[in-house]
Design a protein around this ligand. Sequence first.
Ligand code: NAP
Length: 280
Amino acid sequence: MKTIGIVGLGLIGGSLGLDLRALGYRVIGVSRKQQTCQRAMERGAVDTATTQLAVLQQADLVFLCTPLGVMAETVREMRPHLQEDTVLTDVGSVKGWVVQTIAPLWPNFVGGHPMAGTAESGIESAQRRLFVGAPYVLTPIETTPSAVVDQVEQVVRPLGTQLYCCQPEIHDQAVAWISHLPVMVSSSLIHACLGEASTAVLSLAKQLASSGFRDTSRVGGGNPELGVMMARYNQDALLETLRCYRQSLEQLEQLIQQGAWDQLEQELLETQQGRPEFIK
Ligand code: NAP
């Protein structure tokens, strides 16, 4: 496998391109805007880039790195240009909907999700070594040829990723907990703070905000388009986690209302002990 196609030259697509070129692959990029293609070439994220999907006829493997909402139509448009044995994978943050939609369109497809990112978006935010140490989830289904999974693994493992395989629906439920719910919780935190009625308090709070607020508000201050896509395409799993979260918040509120300090301490002890199970 020598030539890799990347469709959607933004944070993830551009970062993949930078690393894959450094690994010796020839990378051809496709993006919607000519200006983005130009910048991707200037930044060395691709060997060549164009707005025309026809260029992908040269690709052995294609990474689909567009926003979730345009993935299906992009695959329909690129299909006539691909060689029959071209391997296709995507990097979308949601897998159930993507796999259901794309697998019937291209048999040599396996869903994928690199669990790395920043609060930035677009080609200017692309960076080397973004995926080092990050989980990379592949979501084959019954009809996915094992050779396709192997080929994608061979390309993404050298990026320094930790590979996981699971069913698309299990992936979506898990990322609802650790990625999509935190975005909504963090966003609602910022929203609630901004709603402070006293101008003096709000102004002082903004000045005093430091590391604690930086940590808890980070994902709520990220790319809004991405947040909407998570909610739209992982709606059921996200709603279920939000329901559980509301219950948990209400429990804490009750303990505080009742002045049940011992019980509150017990709750906080449990969360203190539980956190390292997620963050190693
Ligand atoms: P991004 O920085 O906005 O990049 C997406 C790029 O796709 C844009 O730069 C845009 O380039 C291009 N594009 C848009 N519509 C297109 C189309 N119809 N055809 C070709 N190119 C098109 O977004 P991103 O953060 O890289 O996210 C891309 C994908 O990665 C999403 O599916 C997301 O779920 C997934 N993902 C994101 C993260 C994260 O933290 N950001 C992490 C893991 C996975 P133009 O300038 O040419 O319009």
